[in-house]
Design a protein around this ligand. Structure first.
Ligand code: GLU
Length: 293
């Protein structure tokens, strides 16, 4: 009897140790890189879900140069919170991560890529707004960012958007922050195709600031904290991130929205955040209320 009790307590101790070591790995990208894949999920005929699921592959547009959200690694595979969202959705369609074709989308080509059918969905720090909704549809939002400014570490003259009036500011063509900084704050836009292309002009002082979403800038600051800083912790717009898909595909949009809510309930949303953007941005987001328009 005494032996059994002792044996049992040893087993308990062993499994506790295992749980500990597993949770210690829980924050690594490896554990969320291959999210669960549904086994033979069934979908109503003629839906986009049925089509993708039976093809066993999906093309997902994302950024390739944005730390924390979508950045292509040395192995050629993108990593980040957007990438994890894409993998989770693919998994619900029964598509494993290695059957996802990742296509680089930049701010200016997203609507066109969706309209052309170059991609099935886009998860790419993609702000939902009415103008874009005339061309594409959005599931979500799955995150809410806000526009901010990044400056050189030694800059003391820019702390708010009003400070960039008449100054050279780099941002990306086709993005919402590029439009806002010119139209609302009178900056002189120095346009680039991607945010990473703005880094050297800032370092060289060809521009005085870079503007885009706070969480994108936070990724660049985290990589080079000795060179760059956020001008302030304040944001000055709301940038709700949606998953872009073909306009009019309401059944697919509703289904993606259902999945986002499911990821929130089963903890995979939180896990995806912690493994990626959460390594730098410590406040974990709550899934915003889904906009089922
Ligand atoms: N979220 C903003 C947008 O969709 C800025 C980030 C980006 O360009 O992707 O325009």
């Amino acid at each position: 009897m005494a032996f059994l009790t002792r044996r049992k307590s040893l087993l308990v101790a062993a499994s506790a140790a295992l749980a500990l070591s597993l949770s210690a790995c829980g924050g690594s990208t490896a554990t969320t890189s291959n999210p669960p894949v549904a086994e033979k999920p069934s979908f109503a005929a003629d839906t986009t879900m049925a089509k993708l699921s039976s093809a066993g592959k999906i093309v997902i547009g994302t950024k390739f140069d944005q730390p924390l959200f979508g950045q292509k690694g040395l192995d050629g595979k993108p990593v980040g919170f957007d990438v994890e969202m894409g993998k989770l959705i693919a998994g619900k369609l029964g598509i494993p991560a290695d059957k996802i074709e990742w296509k680089e989308t930049v701010s200016a080509n997203r609507e066109q890529f969706i309209k052309n059918g170059d991609v099935d969905i886009i998860v790419a720090t993609y702000t939902i707004n009415d103008k874009r909704k005339t061309e594409v549809d959005f599931a979500g939002p799955y995150y809410e960012a806000g526009q901010a400014l990044m400056v050189n570490k030694d800059n003391t003259s820019i702390t708010k958007p009003e400070d960039v009036k008449g100054k050279n500011v780099c941002s990306v063509t086709g993005s919402t922050p590029a439009a806002t900084i010119v139209e609302k704050y009178g900056a002189v836009l120095v346009p680039a195709a991607t945010y990473s292309a703005c880094l050297e002009p800032l370092r060289n002082k060809q521009v005085e600031a870079i503007t885009t979403d706070n969480v994108i800038l936070a990724g660049f600051v985290a990589k080079e904290p000795e060179a760059f800083k956020l001008a302030s912790d304040q944001t000055f717009t709301k940038e709700p991130y949606g998953i872009g898909l073909k306009k009019g595909d309401t059944v697919f949009r509703n289904w993606v929205n259902d999945q986002l809510e499911a990821f929130d309930k089963d903890g995979s949303y939180k896990k995806a955040w912690e493994a990626t953007a959460g390594t730098v941005i410590k406040t974990a987001p709550a899934l915003p209320a889904i906009n089922r328009y």
